[in-house]
Each structure stands twice: as C-alpha cells, then as structure tokens.
Design a protein around this ligand. Structure first.
Ligand SMILES: CC(C)(COP(=O)(O)OP(=O)(O)OC[C@H]1O[C@@H](n2cnc3c(N)ncnc32)[C@H](O)[C@@H]1OP(=O)(O)O)[C@@H](O)C(=O)NCCC(=O)NCCS
Length: 167
C-alpha cells in the first residue's frame, strides 16, 4: 500500500536516485548533473526548519518525493514556496505523484505558506495534468527561459493558492 510521510535524512539516497532519473529523462529540469546522496542530505538538512518535503513509499521502498524550497529571499515572499516532484520511472502512472503532491500541499498549508509555484516544460504533459488536477493554475509561459542540451526551452508557470489565500 502506498503511504506518504515527511522526508527524512535516511531518504537522501532514494531521493537522489529518483531525482537523477528525472534529470536523465530531460523532461523535468534544466539540471544535467546528477545529485549525490550527500548533496540531497545537505538540502534536506538546511531546509528542514522551514520547507516541507515528503516521500511516498510502498512496503519496500521510496517511490517518489515532492519538496518545497525558497522562491525569493524577500520577506514579502516568505509565504511563497517553489515545488518539485519526481517519481521513480517504474512507479509512474500509479498515483504516486498525486499522493506526493497532495501530502506536500497539506504540509505547506500547515506550515503557513500561502502559495506554491513551479515551472513546467510545456512538453511535460504528465506534470501539467497532475498539477491541474490538484488545483494549480497555469499563469503563463516564459519563452526561451533557458537551454537544455543546447535547445531553447519554454516554461509554463503554475501557481496554487493555499489556506486562507485560497478562499
Ligand atoms: C510528473 C510525475 C511526477 C507524475 O507522477 P505520476 O506518479 O506518474 O502521476 P500519477 O499516477 O499520480 O497521476 C496523477 C495525474 O497526472 C496525470 N498524468 C500522469 N501521468 C500522465 C501521463 N503520462 N500522461 C498524461 N497525464 C498523466 C493524470 O492526470 C493523472 O490523473 P488521473 O490519475 O486522474 O488520470 C511523474 O511522471 C514524473 O516523475 N515525471 C518525471 C519528473 C517530472 O517531470 N517532474 C515534474 C517536474 S515539473
């Protein structure tokens, strides 16, 4: 049975492995360099007191994660967080992503954030559908926002209001 829970330091290696699959797939991120378990552990540790992170696991292992991180350092944006979500290749299309994102939304609301934002490559239909299904609005499209393997990529900006801001 699938279960969502807060991410812990012991999840760092699983998170790195799943993240690296997403990097290799070239559908999710401008990142091209693999993460190590140590670097993921460092991120989890430095964000722990402020930015929620969740994993979804079955009986055996972690199948996906979603985490938040800083949007901008300004005080005015203290309640806005960026979101990333990644599911292990062989576990995609089984509801893991939905469970991850639902759990992260709940955690972010509990922590007092009023908005989640993300950027999605237009070609990433799975991610756009998942976000839309969970109440994210497509704000617009950044054109030629960066290059991936020498090719210009657009980015669809999405946002989801939380808590009182969503009323
Ligand atoms: C995008 C991603 C997180 C979705 O996770 P997932 O576990 O495969 O998705 P789920 O099974 O929970 O599906 C949730 C919804 O997403 C949509 N969806 C998922 N896969 C889809 C696909 N291949 N095509 C179209 N829609 C899809 C569906 O609307 C689905 O809703 P439904 O169950 O009501 O049909 C996953 O595919 C992934 O990790 N991709 C690589 C990394 C990535 O792109 N991350 C996002 C960066 S912005």
């Amino acid at each position: 049975m699938l279960k969502a829970r807060p991410a812990e330091l012991r999840d760092a290696a699983s998170i790195a492995e799943i993240y690296n699959q997403g990097i290799d797939d070239r559908v999710a991120t401008f990142e091209t360099e693999h993460r190590t378990a140590d670097s993921v552990g460092g991120l989890l540790t430095t964000r722990a007191d402020r930015y929620p992170a969740v994993v979804v696991e079955d009986e055996d292992r972690v199948l996906g994660f979603a985490w938040t991180f800083e949007y901008r350092p300004r005080n005015a944006y203290a309640g806005v967080a960026e979101v990333s979500i990644y599911v292990a290749r062989e576990a995609r299309g089984r509801g893991v992503g939905r469970l991850c994102l639902e759990a992260l939304i709940r955690e972010a609301e509990r922590c007092g954030f009023w908005k989640l934002v993300s950027r999605i490559f237009p070609e990433n239909v799975a991610s756009r559908r998942l976000c839309a299904a969970l109440g994210f609005r497509e704000v617009g499209t950044y054109r030629r926002h960066g290059q991936l393997d020498g090719r210009w990529m657009d980015c669809v900006i999405v946002e989801r209001l939380l808590g009182a801001a969503a009323e």
